[in-house]
Design a protein. Structure first.
Ligand code: CA
Length: 223
């Protein structure tokens, strides 16, 4: 999943970004509200982690304008403001969840998994396609209960397809979901990852179907 972290405190941003990258997410990082506004218009993100106290603006204004233009992207607010009034206001503005600083990274990860799960499966703990079970919270895939060994990129690819199940996902969207600004994925690299994922899904009852000129579709059915 591709995440935008908007946080001006370098130590917190370092820790959060390292944690997310270790979990296999593509992470972009910004410290100013205006830069974040631009990035959000230019790239499709799966999650926004938003600090409210930014040097050039109030994160709450950014959140308000995001929701006003109808963007439903999950937003997790990270804030130093602990007052009840602030927490209520943050949720009313359209945040999906919030964490008050200082917070434990393990809690941040758990809340992100919960948001991801809610988004992808309306709260169900896992997605099932054929005999493939994808546990979005635990970030594990299995076939008939046996773990399916996937690389971080293959898992990211499977999640990107599974979260848009039965819809065609373009190659550009897959690249956006898998790469941050510092990583590139060539056409060939994407082809190789798709090829390897397909090999691992053989006989699973789940397949990645090519929609010529449009993209890919995860659906039930064997090749
Ligand atoms: Ca701040």
């Amino acid at each position: 999943m591709r995440v935008l972290v908007v946080e001006d405190d370098a130590a917190i941003a370092d820790a959060v970004c390292a944690t997310l990258a270790r979990a296999g997410h593509a992470v972009d990082r910004l410290g100013r509200g205006r830069d974040a506004e631009r990035a959000l218009r230019d790239h499709p993100y799966d999650l926004l982690l938003l600090d409210l106290g930014l040097p050039d603006s109030d994160g709450a204004d950014l959140l308000r304008s995001l929701r006003q233009r109808g963007d439903t992207m999950p937003v997790l607010v990270i804030t130093a403001r602990d007052a009840l009034r602030e927490r209520v206001r943050t949720l009313d503005l359209g945040a999906d969840d919030y964490l008050v600083k200082p917070f434990a990274l393990a809690e941040l990860e758990a809340r992100i998994r919960a948001l991801q799960r809610r988004r992808a499966t309306q709260g169900a703990p896992e997605l099932v396609v054929g005999r493939l079970h994808l546990d979005l919270a635990g970030r594990r895939a299995s076939l008939d209960g046996m773990p399916l060994e996937l690389t971080a990129r293959e898992l990211g690819l499977l999640e990107a397809l599974a979260m848009r199940r039965d819809r065609v996902v373009s190659r550009a969207s897959l690249v956006e979901a898998l790469c941050d600004w510092d990583t590139t994925l060539t056409d060939n690299g994407l082809d190789i990852s798709i090829y390897r994922l397909r090999r691992k899904l053989e006989g699973s009852g789940a397949r990645v179907r090519t929609m010529r000129g449009l993209g890919y579709l995860l659906e039930a059915g064997d090749d």
